[in-house]
Write a protein of this length. Structure first.
Length: 188
């Protein structure tokens, strides 16, 4: 465990303020759910809660099914990272932080399709966070947010690295169906 040197007092209602620097570093926003763990020795651990990540093997199997159906790389993300991946190059995506394209789709709560991405756009619209000068190599993609009880908690992504392949209505419907299904699974 890494010490921060920050000490906070508990108020009369039992609340503790997580310092702004830590919230910014860990990308914790107002209203984000946190899990509370108690370790032996009296340590209290706060961990960001990810309902998408709770799906675990189910999300992986769903990705496999999307890949088999579409032939495209299939990804499922929570608000932080890619939690499930299937298809060629899945190791390049799995457990990587999400990129601006995924964040924008979740914030906008709408499906987006990007085709014929140039090298400059590949970096900006990559499904995973990349260095400013390192394109991820995704040439086309479709992204759909997973919305549960009004909150965007993740996204379903189909993408390809093959030139000349365009994402269209079929891929949009596949990601929308997957996002809707996963949303219902998490609502139960």
């Amino acid at each position: 465990m890494k010490a921060t040197g920050i000490v906070r007092r508990i108020d009369d209602l039992g609340r503790v303020v997580v310092p702004k620097e830590i919230r910014r570093t860990l990308r914790i926003r107002e209203g984000d759910p946190l899990e509370i763990y108690v370790e032996q020795g009296g340590e209290i651990i706060l961990k960001k809660y990810s309902p998408v990540n709770e799906l675990g093997n189910f999300a992986k199997e769903y990705c496999d099914s999307l890949f088999e159906t579409s032939g495209h790389i299939a990804l499922i993300a929570d608000r932080e990272q890619i939690v499930a991946a299937s298809g060629a190059g899945k190791k390049d995506f799995l457990h990587q932080p999400i990129g601006m394209a995924v964040e924008n789709v979740m914030e906008g709560r709408r499906t987006e399709t990007h085709n014929d991405l140039s090298e400059a756009k590949q970096v900006r619209l990559a499904p995973v966070q990349t260095e400013a000068d390192t394109p991820i190599g995704v040439l086309s993609q479709v992204l759909t947010p997973i919305i549960v009880e009004g909150d965007a908690i993740g996204a379903v992504i189909l993408c390809t690295r093959q030139p000349g392949i365009r994402m269209g209505d079929t891929e949009s419907k596949l990601t929308e169906t997957a996002a809707g299904f996963l949303s219902k699974q998490m609502s139960q």
